[in-house]
Design a protein around this ligand. Structure first.
Ligand SMILES: [Fe+2]
Ligand SMILES: [Fe+2]
Length: 479
């Protein structure tokens, strides 16, 4: 049986310690997917963190911890387990650590008492959308359309899915339709049936997409996520836990999605996609050089890459990037787009060109090429991902770098990575402007991208709201 990761909670609050132990004892042994280790002193917590840093799910430290203080324990965590997320319990009436201390100490969130273990499980190991084949088939059986009959219903009641993702000889969990024209469809396969290879081939010669009813979309998303996670992480629970743990660190993107009113299901979809990309990158790193392993162990670099890949998953779906290999390239490209920065001196990695000398800027502008070179020899990195890394700063108006290429020469995957990267950097910089609205953050993000990418971006992240004004003159580029 796979080893469960350990959650350390360090507090000198006797009442809280008793409550946590009681909560654990009150539940069945398999309720929690982690082992709980409570520590009443800082010294015990420091010991526990040092024992098996690889097995840790998270460390939660009470700001009032004694012998030694919370600060000492957090520093120890940062030193021996830099990738493990740390949370701080802030007692009533006290202030959380400020933003720069939190970043420095690897704190990803602040918590309030009372703590419940079930809430902590949801926070630390959020469930991916579960795909339930029986439910999907049951839902499909309730719909009335007969096979091979024409259906006159609005285009908005159907959702396109990539035909190439369907493999012959496997049960379809969804009724499949083909579009004949506007508001005009025909059902070609019942949920629960299989395509014969000949039939599938003959359809794919004629159409690129199949359609499902929009009410099946939730099941379809859960189905795609479950396939992605199963394929990439196999039966290894620790790998999956690790990937999910890393995704929690895409805090910039996750906070933004909540503020922008993006629904919980969509957030789960984006998290699953980012977890799958991280798992894939981990598996590639086993046979590749030190640079990729170093990147995946760099907390700040991964935080940024995961944020971009969370947003890119949603934008890619809106743009109907549904073919598995292109989705894979998008996820990897988004996660690893700035890997080249690690080869550069620290003072240029922040990417704010307006603060750089000419010499520093020239160095910084080498990072896309350096990144593509690092990964060119790694086995399993698709060419489209390499192109995305190489071109994530190119813009269609030739104001990008390193090669100032234009128009159609900018790869579509690179555009998706590029625009999501701009947004994450705008979010990071918006912290310096408290009270700033989402619309203001979005203002400078659109420049230099193709119309479909800009429109899809607006639709996914702005919902009904319109950006204040666009296009705007170019201000700067992200890292
Ligand atoms: Fe970046
Ligand atoms: Fe960059």
């Amino acid at each position: 049986m796979a080893v469960r990761p350990t959650l350390i909670i360090a507090t000198s609050d006797a009442q809280l310690l008793i409550s946590l132990r009681q909560q654990k004892d009150a539940q069945a042994a398999d309720t929690f997917s982690f082992e709980l280790l409570t520590c009443a002193t800082g010294a015990k917590a420091q010991d526990a963190v040092s024992q098996q840093p690889e097995q840790l799910l998270a460390v939660i430290v009470d700001k009032d911890l004694r012998d030694p203080t919370a600060l000492s324990v957090l520093r120890k965590c940062r030193q021996v387990a830099p990738k493990v997320p740390a949370y701080v319990i802030v007692p009533d009436g006290q202030q959380p650590f400020d933003e720069s201390d939190s970043k420095h100490l690897g704190i990803v969130g602040h918590l309030k008492k009372p703590l419940t273990l079930l809430d902590l499980q949801d926070l630390l190991l959020p469930e991916s959308p579960e795909f339930d084949p029986t439910e999907a088939l049951k839902a499909a059986a309730m719909r009335k359309h007969a096979l091979d009959q024409e259906v006159r219903e609005g285009d908005d009641t159907f959702v396109p899915i990539s035909g190439k993702d369907f493999v012959s000889g496997k049960t379809s969990y969804f009724d499949l339709y083909v579009r004949l024209g506007s508001d005009h469809y025909v059902k070609i396969l019942n949920a629960g049936d299989e395509f014969s290879p000949e039939r599938l081939k003959s359809y794919l010669a004629k159409v690129k997409d199949f359609f499902i009813k929009s009410e099946s979309q939730e099941h379809y998303l859960a189905y795609c996520s479950s396939i992605a996670l199963k394929t990439l992480s196999g039966p290894s629970v620790p790998t999956r836990v690790k990937a999910e743990r890393v995704v929690i660190q895409g805090t910039e993107a996750l906070k933004f999605l909540e503020r922008a009113g993006v629904g919980g299901r969509n957030i789960l979809f984006a998290k699953s996609a980012a977890a799958a990309s991280f798992t894939l990158a981990e598996s590639i790193s086993k046979d590749s050089g030190f640079a990729l392993r170093g990147f995946l162990n760099d907390l700040a670099a991964v935080e940024h890459g995961v944020s971009v890949s969370i947003l890119a998953a949603l934008l890619g779906r809106e743009l109907q990037i549904e073919h598995a290999s292109t989705r894979e390239a998008l996820g990897l490209g988004a996660l690893l787009h700035d890997i080249g920065l690690r080869q550069l001196p620290e003072n240029v990695r922040h990417g704010r060109e307006e603060l750089m000398s000419d010499e520093e800027r020239a160095l910084y502008r080498m990072h896309p090429e350096l990144g593509a070179k690092i990964l060119a020899t790694a086995k399993g990195v698709p060419t489209a991902a390499l192109q995305a890394i190489m071109q994530h700063h190119e813009r269609r108006d030739r104001r990008g770098f390193p090669n100032k290429i234009s128009g159609a020469k900018v790869n579509g995957v690179a555009e998706v990575v590029g625009i999501c990267d701009e947004l994450v950097h705008a979010l990071e910089q918006s912290k310096e402007r408290p009270g700033i609205q989402i619309e203001d953050i979005m203002e400078g993000v659109y420049n230099g991208f193709s119309f479909p990418v800009g429109e899809a971006f607006r639709k996914v992240f702005m919902g009904e709201r319109e950006p204040k004004k666009r296009p705007r003159p170019k201000r700067r580029q992200a890292a």
